[in-house]
Design a protein around this ligand. Structure first.
Ligand code: ADP
Length: 241
């Protein structure tokens, strides 16, 4: 679904962490939020997920005002770097989790959930992991399962916060390609947070460069590299001005 953020601000005490964010994400688009640590990326993601609330501004998803909705009512899927899987549940039960805890009116029948999980396991190319426990998986496999858990509820928006941050370089590159494929096939609207410019530019349709609570620039790799909008963007990307 499309997502619109308008003039969003968030303060913690004296510190203005988001200073008027305007962002439009089209339905089915993959957008990366790229910026140094502390620039407000996670705070923006948490506000979209309903895990934090802005002081002012608007958040509209699929035409609905999301600031009126609690986290449970928003249908976001999220994967955080350290958002661990449930250790006592097999992979298939981890993936099913979001469906099994839906309220009675929306919860699918057990047979429907089982079928959906089976489809997702194949879709994500991990059917061989179905009956393993998280402790038996590599870091990369765990993040594939975490994405399966996030996708199971058919999220209106998929939110990924440094999901590959703890993994080594080769695994990160493999997962990047895999995520792009999965995103394209699923047609999800995805926001991916990273401080790694290579990752952002390879993965995303558009990159949103953030610095100190503001959006400095939005564009494709070519647009941003060829025409950095500010000395901050040029410095952050290691370009000379
Ligand atoms: P990023 O994801 O870009 O690293 P964050 O959104 O995590 O940035 O943080 C932006 C700023 O907000 C940081 O300076 C951080 O210390 C501050 N911050 C985040 N959450 C809180 C909180 N709950 N209380 C106080 N300050 C916070």
């Amino acid at each position: 679904m499309s997502l619109t953020v308008q003039n969003l601000t968030r303060r913690f005490g004296q510190t203005e962490v988001l200073r008027g964010i305007d962002l439009e994400v089209k339905s089915g688009e993959l957008v990366a939020l790229l910026g140094p640590s502390g620039s407000g990326k996670t705070t923006l993601l948490k506000i979209i997920a309903g895990l934090d609330w802005p002081d002012a501004g608007r958040l509209v998803v699929g035409g609905e005002d999301w600031l009126d909705k609690k986290a449970q009512e928003r249908r976001t899927g999220f994967v955080f770097q350290h958002y661990a899987l449930f250790p006592h549940m097999k992979v298939r039960d981890n993936i099913a989790f979001g469906l099994t805890v839906m309220d009675r009116a929306h919860r699918p029948a057990p047979a429907t959930i089982a079928k959906k999980v089976e489809e997702l396991l194949h879709f994500l190319q991990i059917p061989h992991l179905a009956d393993r426990y998280p402790a038996e998986l590599s870091g990369g496999q765990r993040q594939r399962v975490a994405l399966g858990r996030a996708l199971a509820i058919d999220p209106a928006v998929l939110l990924l916060d440094e999901p590959f941050g703890a993994l080594d370089a080769q695994v990160r590159r493999d997962l990047r390609r895999w995520l792009r494929e999965v995103h394209d096939k699923a047609g999800t609207t995805t926001i991916f947070v990273t401080h790694d410019q290579e990752e952002a530019f390879e993965l995303a349709d558009r990159v949103v460069v953030m610095g100190a609570g503001l959006i400095e620039q939005i564009g494709s790799a070519d647009q941003i590299y060829d025409h950095p909008a500010s000395p901050f963007v040029a410095r952050f990307l290691g370009l000379t001005v």
